[in-house]
Design a protein around this ligand. Sequence first.
Ligand SMILES: C[S@@+](CC[C@H](N)C(=O)[O-])C[C@H]1O[C@@H](n2cnc3c(N)ncnc32)[C@H](O)[C@@H]1O
Length: 322
Amino acid sequence: MSYLETTHDVYKEAALTPDVGLCCTTNPIWELPGLKIPKIMQEMNYGCGSTVHARDLSNNPKMLYVGVGGGMELLQFSYFNRQKGGVIGVDVVDEMLEASRQNFKIAEEQNSWFKSEFVDLKKGDAMHLPVEDNSIDVAAQNCLFNIFKADDLKKAIKEMYRVLKPHGRLVMSDPTCEQPMNNELRNDERLRALCLSGSLPIAEYIKALTDAGFGTIEIRARKPYRVLDPKNYPTDELIYIESIEVAAIKDPMPDDGPCIFTGKAAIYYGDADYFDDKAGHVLLKNQPLAICDKTAAALQSLGRDDIYFSESTFHYDGGGCC
Ligand SMILES: C[S@@+](CC[C@H](N)C(=O)[O-])C[C@H]1O[C@@H](n2cnc3c(N)ncnc32)[C@H](O)[C@@H]1O
């Protein structure tokens, strides 16, 4: 059986019998005025962060969500769109599509604004999306891509890139791990399917996105996720896994490489009112400017003693250079 078949079976089971501890973190389940998340959707929250960020969702964006789970984030996305077929939901597991379809009916009863027809559920595979080129403003996946092995991950990201409009954004949440994992863990199909042994270091995860052509990357959150300990897993050392929230924006690739925002800032504290590097970056005195890692390296290479550089916070939330 291939790891994709094992993954299919794991999520068929999770559709038929909700598994509260599967994947999710202790993130709060957020609701908004008039937005109520049915209990069954909360129990079937198989994500590891949030992909729903209000700042991505103005002007009724056309949305795509791959790997629907119990449908919670599709309902949250619908809140911002409220149009027939405004959110396309794709999943490869029939039972998961059916479970989410039932959950949307419950959501209709609890949310006067919501209609099931706002979500267009389609059977399909992340590696071959049943969606037209350049048709989506915001695409999302939560806790699915970490399961994929390198070649499949490449195909899945390429598909997301294909369906996004220019400047559209891919919003994701996935586990990541900075420690090496042994082959026994890596090749354990069930642990992989459960989002425990497929995760990449953040730098490799970002590279997979920029290799596909995404010109801007934002790391929006980084938080503890799980440990794999030697008593319970085939590992000699304890492995610490985090989860991150990332947006990859289909901006053209700059000639000097992608803009990757990891939450760094520069603060000018010299004698003048501002510092202008004549390369498009103006630092007002004593005001932090969010900078991408590329700009941070360029400014640091100037060797000035009147600019302070903060470390990556992995909590970028907009603005700044580029
Ligand atoms: C870990 S769950 C995450 C569910 C949902 N995103 C959430 O946050 O609750 C993974 C989801 O991806 C679906 N899935 C698994 N393999 C897939 C594939 N190759 N293509 C599309 N969906 C897939 C599963 O059925 C399941 O709904």
